[in-house]
Design a protein. Sequence first.
Length: 253
Amino acid sequence: MAIVTGGTRGIGRATVDRLCADGYAVVFCGRDARVAAPPGDAVFVRCDVGIEEEVEALVYACVARFGPPTLLVNNAGVNATYDATTMSESEWDRFFAVDLKAAWLCAKHVLPHMVDAGGGAIVNVSSIHAHVTREGFFPYAAAKSGLVGLTRSLALDYGRRGVRVNCVCPGFTRTRLVEESLDLSADRRAAERPDAGRRGARQDGGSRRDRRRDRVPGLAGVDLRHRRVADGRRRADGPPRRLNGGVDARVLA
């Protein structure tokens, strides 16, 4: 069974839909009081993943209803653009609570169940901004870079205990979060340039060949099927997978 944070819209909701279609029992969460009708047997739990007590309740609800999770997708995130000299400490803490601390909290409370059950998989959803960024994306790029480092550490520490940990770094994907980010920044015209790389839809799962292999939408290149988690071919991955249509290649060229 799977837990998906930030699963009420965008990449998170597309991931929930696909996992349900692939036969997973899914618990997904968000801070919204109202969500669209969940697909299949998916269960919604209202949760602020930046608060440890709420994360504990989320994982407890998952285990009580479906048993120990075999998959965690840390997708929750928020937008924020600040000047480094004017951002307050409380604003910093609120932002990083969701965009970085939440991934650690969820892993902290899920990992013991995965280890006891013999293994599992964690996927952290970072961003292209962990690798290349532009002006006006502070502190978003810092948080997403931290998520890549968190992934590497967890992969090394828990790979030998049967838990694969990976990170994906999507580029511009047509979700409300990205639209809000572009509205807050000066980069909308840059994102709309013909040479800005292919912008993904939230349902994108890579090539047709990838989709035939049951890749999760928005997480192309990271196979989350339970049989891969359970068949003994477990390894500590860690390196981030970039899914951005070549944007970083053009920026670095």
